[in-house]
Write a protein that binds this ligand. Structure first.
Ligand SMILES: Nc1ncnc2c1ncn2[C@@H]1O[C@H](COP(=O)(O)OP(=O)(O)OP(=O)(O)O)[C@@H](O)[C@H]1O
Ligand SMILES: [Mg+2]
Length: 351
């Protein structure tokens, strides 16, 4: 194929391409290589650019006669980048005296996003297994006790059955939340079509949570700016889930202040949203969230205080579900630690 065609093709590839001679001197690079490594690479020893002993060994083998080689390397810059490296001899087998005219092509493909996704999946499976295992261990332990030492102890039996019931409910909650999360993630690219009334959704959330609020002695205070009408494009059940999660958290973790404020208002501009938006703020007066935890709070299974969350029956998936639902609605979730007291969660939704 004439060079006129090949060069633009190589420039169009997302992988970085290097052509080297038998002295490892770079004779050609494509656009990606120039952009990702250096604009002036031709003439340099390849090893000066990619300082990796495995890569060097593989090149030496190709120079000695091997046809091709594939390996994965990590290059530490400001962040660690993982590359899949392909090295292939071009043309006939090298003759040692002809190193200057000998050529090999090396491609470096950035596979960091794939690696990252795999790590996330492994972590997720490990987390889910751990979360399911703890209640299961407790249940198995009590079954053993009930079959053995506590066989005829009526009082112990009642107590243990109560704990077993609680633990199995925890497992059911976890599985429900996992299913709900995967459903939300699957629908994330589909924009909701229906018009829904935010005021009605918020009022229904408050009504649903009123028994919990009463049990925790928390007053929920609803404020709607200028009695606005707040119709948004949304899926009712999912938005209900957002406000249920946030208000439940405010009652569970922020209930110490005995008051949770829910404020609905309209904004001409909102962070990350093109046009005007509605914002629902859920403000509590509890212990708040230490600043260092804020960036990771919406990750699956992330908790500030694992013991406290478990004791309150939490699975650590609530805010991850909220984040994905809000994203599906092309909205924004903002979490703030209030300096005086408590935390506030703001949901911005396009009008
Ligand atoms: N209003 C709040 N005040 C203080 N901490 C909070 C508040 N909301 C959430 N958190 C912290 O964030 C963590 C994650 O919340 P999230 O809703 O994702 O999980 P959870 O409440 O533990 O479980 P779930 O919501 O699945 O039942 C909580 O465990 C808690 O530590
Ligand atoms: Mg929660």
């Amino acid at each position: 194929m004439p060079q006129k065609i090949i060069l633009p093709v190589l420039d169009g590839l997302s992988a970085a391409i290097f052509i080297i001679d038998g002295n490892r001197k770079i004779t050609f690079v494509n656009k990606t290589a120039r952009r990702n490594f250096d604009p002036d690479l031709v003439g340099l020893d390849f090893v000066q650019v990619i300082r990796n002993p495995d890569c060097l060994k593989a090149i030496e083998k190709i120079i000695k006669g091997r046809k091709s080689s594939q390996l994965e390397i990590g290059i530490q810059g400001t962040i660690l980048t993982t590359y899949r490296v392909n090295i292939s001899r071009l043309g006939a087998k090298s003759k040692p005296q002809d190193l200057e005219n000998w050529r090999a092509i090396i491609s470096l493909e950035d596979i960091s996003p794939i690696r990252e996704a795999l790590t996330m999946r492994t972590d997720f499976v490990a987390n889910v297994s751990h979360e399911l295992r703890s209640p299961l261990t407790a249940i198995s332990g009590f079954i053993e006790t009930l079959k053995g030492t506590a066989k005829n102890d009526h009082e112990a039996r009642e107590k243990f059955l109560g704990i077993m019931e609680e633990q199995s409910q925890r497992m059911v909650r976890l599985i429900d939340d996992l299913l709900s999360l995967s459903k939300v993630q699957a629908s994330e690219h589909l924009l909701p079509k229906n018009s829904v009334d935010l005021v009605a959704i918020i009022k229904q959330t408050i009504a649903t949570l009123s028994p919990l609020a009463a049990a925790e002695d928390v007053k929920i205070n609803l404020e709607i700016a200028d009695n606005i009408e707040a119709m948004v494009k949304g899926e009712r059940d999912q938005l209900l889930q957002v406000f249920l999660n946030l208000m439940e958290n405010a009652i569970k973790y922020g209930g110490d202040g005995n008051q949770v404020d829910v404020v609905l208002s309209a904004k001409a501009k909102a962070p990350g949203i093109a046009g005007p938006a509605f914002v629902v703020e859920i403000i509590d007066q509890g212990i708040g969230i230490p600043r260092e935890h804020l960036p990771r709070l919406t990750e699956r299974f992330y908790r500030v205080d694992t013991g406290r969350s478990r004791q309150k029956g939490g699975t650590g998936l609530g805010l991850a579900i909220v984040k994905h639902i809000v994203a599906r609605h092309r909205g924004r979730l903002q979490i703030k630690n209030n300096d005086d007291r408590g935390a506030s969660f703001s949901v911005f939704l396009p009008q």
